[in-house]
Each structure stands twice: as structure tokens, then as C-alpha cells.
Design a protein around this ligand. Structure first.
Ligand code: RTP
Ligand code: MG
Length: 139
């Protein structure tokens, strides 16, 4: 069993795609064991994406992530990190495989609807960034 952090980014929430994302998670055996809507501050977004702080898109990305509410979730399942990355598709929706969330729903390389942790260490950091132990409810 593995856990990963999922975010429906502000573009996905604004476009009414929370349900569509949740439907795909549940249909693919990724169990939602924590979930809440948040409004990130600039400082929170900068901390979350600290690995990207030297990238040219860092300012734009952290502005986007604070542009409206986002839905953060903890997912649990066998091989959850890689299986959720597969469901999301490539960062650039134009390069994402058919049937993935980003290929089907994204409109922009930045506004790409969802986030998913990319490794066990980043998943642990990202889950702890948004949730405390009492907010996570394994079933
Ligand atoms: P994420 O972290 O959000 O799950 O996405 P990812 O691993 O597929 O992509 P990553 O390289 O970690 O980039 C994080 C987010 O930054 C935005 N981005 N913009 N303008 C650009 O070239 C560019 N590249 C990345 C995207 O929102 C990406 O998901
Ligand atoms: Mg990433």
C-alpha cells in the first residue's frame, strides 16, 4: 500500500472538474482517505513547489496555484504514486496519452488540472504539508 498527494488545481476547480477527477480516481482503485478545499497563500505555494524555485515558471506557477481554491486529497492504493501519475498523463497535455486526465481536460502546460506526487519521499513531504494525522482516514 502506498500513499500519494493529489491536487485539483485552481483551473480544475473553477471549471467544475472536481467530480470528474474524483470519478476517475475512484474508478481506478485510488482510495481517497483525506480531502479538503484550500486557498493557498503565495508563501504556501512557494513552499510546496520549493524544488522548482530556480525554474523560469516558478513565479507564474505560484501565482496560478494561489488564484483560487484547490482541492487537496490523499490517495491510497497499491503502487498509488505511479498509477496516479499514469492517470494524470504528461505535464504538457499535448504530450499526454489518450484517456489521461490532462489529455482529456487540460488547456495549458501550466493550467493542467491536477498535481500528483512523483516519488515516495515527495509524497511524504506533500501529504504532511497539507494534512495532519487526524485528517487522514484509511478505510
Ligand atoms: P505536478 O508537480 O503539478 O504534478 O506536475 P508535474 O510533476 O507533471 O510537472 P513539474 O515538472 O513538477 O511542474 C510542476 C507544474 O509547473 C507547471 N509547469 N509549467 N510553463 C512551463 O513550462 C511549465 N512547466 C511546468 C505545471 O503546472 C506543472 O504541473
Ligand atoms: Mg511535479
Amino acid at each position: 500500500m502506498e500513499r500519494t498527494l493529489s491536487i485539483v488545481k485552481p483551473d480544475g476547480v473553477a471549471r467544475g472538474l472536481i467530480g470528474e477527477v474524483v470519478k476517475r480516481l475512484e474508478a481506478n482503485d485510488l482510495k481517497i482517505i483525506a480531502m479538503k478545499m484550500i486557498q493557498m497563500t503565495k508563501a504556501q505555494a512557494e513552499g510546496f513547489y520549493a524544488v522548482h524555485r530556480e525554474r523560469p515558471f516558478f513565479g507564474s506557477l505560484t501565482d496560478f496555484m494561489t488564484s483560487g481554491p484547490a482541492v487537496v486529497m490523499v490517495l491510497e492504493g497499491d503502487n498509488a504514486i505511479a498509477r496516479y501519475r499514469d492517470l494524470m498523463g504528461a505535464t504538457n497535455y499535448k504530450e499526454a496519452a489518450e484517456g489521461t486526465i490532462r489529455r482529456d481536460l487540460a488547456t495549458d502546460i501550466e493550467k493542467n488540472v491536477v498535481h500528483g506526487s512523483d516519488a515516495p519521499e515527495t509524497a511524504a513531504f506533500e501529504i504532511g504539508y497539507f494534512f495532519n494525522a487526524f485528517e487522514i482516514n484509511p478505510r
